[in-house]
Design a protein around this ligand. Structure first.
Ligand code: GDP
Ligand code: MG
Length: 178
């Protein structure tokens, strides 16, 4: 996934990984459309959504955001899914330790088979459910630091930190490295 030589027309593939039900599709819909619909089956499908973003230095990047169509439920996702991705958002649910373990599995998978230099962001979603928290922010932060990842907690429901996730965590350097 090499960016175009025209710096005004950079493209980057961004994938979301994580257990089924952690809120990946809701995060994408909240970011791209500004919506949260708790009732709809929000899985976007096999294709991707596009969103243009200005980075810290005003460089415009068109992100191709890949969401799964629920395949994360079954065995291993095809490496085809994350092949060529400049960035990966690995999501868990702060109320689910199992989903945190699964996130760590995906991080290892990306370290082994992802693009060299891939930017990884660890996301603890459903931060609005803090009364049922069972993954501590500190544990997640420590894990992220050990693995050279950014870490942020979000809520697709309240929109908390969703824009920050996409805007502040990606620098031109990281995207241009690919
Ligand atoms: P995916 O399987 O990872 O794509 O998860 P979905 O986006 O389909 O969300 C799974 C369920 O979690 C849905 O019922 C959502 O309404 C709910 N959900 C997603 N994000 C949040 C959030 O930030 N807070 C709360 N309370 N629920 C959420
Ligand atoms: Mg989904």
């Amino acid at each position: 996934n090499s960016p175009s030589t025209d710096s005004k027309d950079l493209r980057a593939k961004l994938v979301l990984l994580g257990d089924s039900g952690v809120g990946k599709s809701c995060i994408v819909l909240r970011f791209v459309r500004g919506q949260f619909d708790p009732t709809s089956k929000v899985t976007v499908g096999a294709s991707f959504l596009s969103q243009t973003l200005a980075l810290e230095d005003s460089t415009i990047v068109k992100f191709e955001i890949w969401d799964t169509a629920g395949q994360e439920r079954y065995a291993a996702l095809a490496p085809l899914y994350y092949r060529g991705a400049a960035a990966a958002i690995v999501v868990y649910d702060i109320t689910s330790p199992e989903s945190f373990s699964k996130a760590q599995y995906w991080v290892k998978e990306l370290q082994k088979h992802g693009s060299p230099g891939i930017v990884m962001v660890l996301v603890g979603n459903k931060a609005d459910l803090h009364d049922n928290r069972s993954v501590s922010s500190q544990d997640a932060q420590d894990y992220a630091e050990k693995n050279n990842m950014f870490f942020i907690e979000t809520s697709a429901k309240t929109a908390d930190n969703i824009n920050q996730l996409f805007e502040m965590r990606l620098s031109k350097q990281s995207i241009g490295a690919l």
